[in-house]
Design a protein around this ligand. Sequence first.
Ligand code: UDP
Length: 236
Amino acid sequence: MKKMEMLYQGKAKKVFATDDPGLVIVDYTDNATALNGLKKGTIEGKGVINNRMSNHMMRLLEQKGIPTQYVEELSDRETLVKKVKIVPLEVIVRNIAAGSFSKRYGVEEGKELAISTIEFSYKNDDLGDPLINDYHALALGLCTAEELETIKKYAFAVNDMMKEYLLKLGIILVDFKLEFGKLPDGTIVLADEISPDTCRFWDSETHAHLDKDLFRRDLGGAEDAYQEVMRRLMGE
Ligand code: UDP
């Protein structure tokens, strides 16, 4: 597989073309942003951890029946994935109140929600990824009603699988963000990444943050926390 020109540079990852038009290479950097890109920094070693951990989760989810864009891990920071058209939605699933949910609805961080819940943001940096509802997503033509149903079904299934898997490793899955993509034939697949950048992980004993909140909130220790999550998941 030949790595060719860079197609896109995101906040934490770069995407490269390959000699196969159906495949691209994702390259994970150590760059970290928060507050919609206003806060910038690096978390040393994060790219390697996110790449390896995300691939680990994607392989697990594939085995359990969730279609993903994952193809093959090429190196510590590089992964071959199917080229998709990203559905411009941030799909957020929550089990415990935290972050923007706590702020918006005045719920103490850490309160278990009566049911697991889902919300959507319109992926648009200029607008600051505004919260939208199902009807807004359809009115904006971001996806079809059928695609939205598939996305919701997959998102809750991912939550069930990850919650159970992580709890056995002493990690509480508080909330997380998913993105979905469309293959040329229209199939919806899980895309982007699953990592401490995109999930809130709390230690089940101490409730210590093991995720990007350490960076977002200037608490320190992000490097060690990412390493700890990797160690629990992959034994290293
Ligand atoms: N999240 C993300 N990217 C975003 C916004 C949120 O990966 O641009 C993840 C975040 O890591 C958390 C979940 O989505 O696990 C819910 O985030 P929330 O809406 O509480 O936003 P925040 O408080 O981080 O602004």
